[in-house]
Ligand binder design. Structure first.
Ligand code: MUC
Ligand code: MG
Length: 372
């Protein structure tokens, strides 16, 4: 029998509008961009991967950098190679290309989708079997105003879509931001709870000053209050034992996770398959967390159903996903480039059970959203 090899690799950038403008710490966005990667095997099977990031503000990678890295540097390393040796191929890519974790995660996703389709097996079985078949999902309140956020939260609780939330923060001065977050928490207290995510925009002293008030307001967690490099500051906040400290940007790679665990710098790790460089690395991060008694939260880079499916396959295999997830991407986009989008029902997202990622690309939609 002829050996199966990687025959063709293509990338395209999609720009898809979102349902309402989303206010991050540094930028407000009204559309989301994705790199759509297709890896075709010589047996005709095509694996798809999706690269996306919250924005250039997050860690510097963008869809444009991902596309360049994949087209110019990754593709020549993969073409003609045996896809069964996926781990060896990923190691080779790591040796020749530093950082660029989001790009590497996109490549891993497409290879696993291809392998799963070929073996007629869902990706979660290739990753090491399931721990759960559905995951709780939180929505991120980021309308830009506290009134808008309170109203949005109440509507979602009433409709039964989401039970809990996090608020995007960091746009205002830290004191104003803290007051605003408490106002939102108080505004929905009888219905629900929130975490706060300032994307590293606050300083140590202001954050310390507000920890008692956050505790009194019933805040679930404080996510990445300090800049990613300030691991010592995160450790000081965690030592206060008020509100659980979640590391997001600080806990990107497997090595970051090890350092944070050693320095007691987080109570929770936000997992993100893109920042970690893929699903397998994400599971390694969760393993370090498990050994250190740290809980995990299934974070998002705001993926469509393609990337969200990859997140669900990885997160559903993790035993210590104690804080649920924020895999609301498919519900946040105005459109989804797949034939059957993933849905969030009664606060949960279910694990796809078809081969590969379990998601079928809608070629017409993908073409319509492709950047010219
Ligand atoms: C982040 O930093 O957590 C996740 C939800 C959201 O609104 O932003 C992202 C990125
Ligand atoms: Mg975050």
């Amino acid at each position: 029998m002829e050996k199966v090899t990687i025959k063709n690799i293509t990338t395209q950038i999609l720009d898809i509008p979102i349902k309402r403008p989303h206010q991050f710490s540094a930028v407000k966005v009204s559309s989301k961009s994705f790199v759509l990667l297709k890896i075709e095997l010589s047996n005709g099977i095509v694996g798809i991967g999706e690269g996306t990031t919250p924005g250039a503000f997050w860690n510097g990678e963008t869809v444009e950098t991902m596309q360049t890295i994949i087209d110019r540097y990754v593709s020549p390393l993969l073409l003609g190679q045996d896809p069964v040796l996926t781990e060896a191929l990923l190691q080779k890519i790591n040796r020749q290309i530093r950082n660029n974790y989001f790009a590497k995660a996109t490549v891993e996703m497409a290879l696993f989708d291809a392998l799963g389709k070929w073996y007629n097996t869902p990706v979660h079985q290739l990753l090491g079997t399931l721990h759960k078949d559905k995951i709780p999902v939180r929505w991120a309140l980021a309308s830009g105003t506290p009134e808008g956020d309170i109203e949005e939260a109440k509507e979602y609780v009433e409709s039964g879509t989401y039970a809990n939330f996090k608020t995007k923060s960091g746009k205002e001065a830290p004191d104003d931001d803290a007051k605003r977050s408490i106002r939102i928490a108080e505004g929905i207290k009888s219905h629900s709870t929130i975490g706060i995510d300032p994307n590293g925009s606050w300083d140590r002293l202001t954050t310390m000053k507000w920890m008692d008030a956050f505790f009194d307001a019933g805040i679930d967690f404080l996510e990445q209050p300090l800049q990613p490099q300030d691991v010592e500051g995160m450790a000081r906040l965690a030592a206060m034992k008020k509100v659980p400290i979640m590391a997001d940007e600080s806990a990107s790679s497997v090595e970051d996770a090890m350092r944070l665990a050693k320095e007691n710098a987080a109570d929770i790790f936000s997992l993100k398959i893109h920042k970690a460089g893929g699903m397998k690395n994400t599971i390694k991060v969760a393993g370090i967390a498990e050994a250190a008694g740290i809980s995990c939260f299934g974070g998002t880079s705001l993926e469509s159903s393609i990337g969200t499916a990859a997140c669900v396959h990885a997160f559903a295999s993790i035993p210590n996903l104690d804080y649920g997830s924020e895999l609301f991407g498919p519900n946040w986009l105005l459109d989804d480039p797949v034939t059957e989008p993933l849905t969030i029902k009664d606060g949960y997202i279910h694990v796809p059970d078809k081969p590969g990622l379990g998601i079928e690309l809608d070629e017409e939609k993908a073409a319509a959203y492709t950047r010219q």
